[in-house]
Design a binder for this molecule. Sequence first.
Ligand code: NDP
Ligand code: 8X3
Length: 260
Amino acid sequence: MDKEQNKNSSTNRIALITGATSGIGKATAILFAVEGIHLILCGRRQDRLEALQKELAKQTKVTTLNFDVRDKDNVFEAIASLPSEFANIDILINNAGNAHGLDPIHEGSTDDWDAMLDINVKGLLYVSKAVIPGMIERKSGHIINIGSTAGKEVYLKGNVYCASKHAVDALTTGMRMDLNPYGIKVGAVNPGAVETEFSNVRFKGDGEKADAVYNGFKPLVAEDVAETLYFVVTRPPHVNIADLIITPTAQASATVWNKS
Ligand code: NDP
Ligand code: 8X3
């Protein structure tokens, strides 16, 4: 299949993107809109959802859903409330998530632990459970979980965040196996360091600490991951990208860096 055919096969498909108000999710929404993919943008910050919807509606069909992925009832109600033209979700990008804190295990905050496990793991499960039945019924669909290099290796003080992303890694395999009989593609894209609001959230708004994460090397930008996701969703029907790691060139592993 040539590039144009791949592009055409993605046009008019419907993608639900969690965490579309910032970083990787937002960049992905912007790129998908250019390519004619219809969008369901999700997040908690309503002002950002509205602004992005307004911007992208010039290029494609867009709707928004405001929910916290931790709120199980709200997740199911929001997805069930989609108007019929957006109800048949073809692509689910499970992207909402963050690190909260960077502390040795004996000093970590239980609120941070709850946030990471509830958002990165249980939130991903709730959204998936709300979307999968339709995919099973139609015997088609594509689920991409945003994992991390932190889901492949553990680093110092990464403990619970790494555990949450290791859970995403396991769930991606489990979902792929369970949904295999229905022709549903499941895969993960696992980025290394991407300069987004991620470190600001991790360090609770401490800009100095957040900026320091990206000192001395060129990190990925959200658009690098968005382009990868567009590649993943435009493979021909018989091709599934099961697991993909993308890092800055300066990052050899979760712990090995070439910094100046
Ligand atoms: P950002 O902080 O820029 O974006 C996080 C997004 O998640 C926001 O849109 C936020 O929206 C949403 N979100 C967070 N908590 C919730 C919640 N409780 N309910 C609903 N939405 C929520 O970070 P990134 O773009 O970098 O992160 C996106 C994903 O990529 C995450 O899963 C992260 O773990 C992963 N990742 C990031 C890397 C990096 O270095 N940046 C590297 C590897 C993986 P809102 O606040 O409006 O709800
Ligand atoms: C985000 C990348 O290295 O901060 O998942 O864990 S890292």
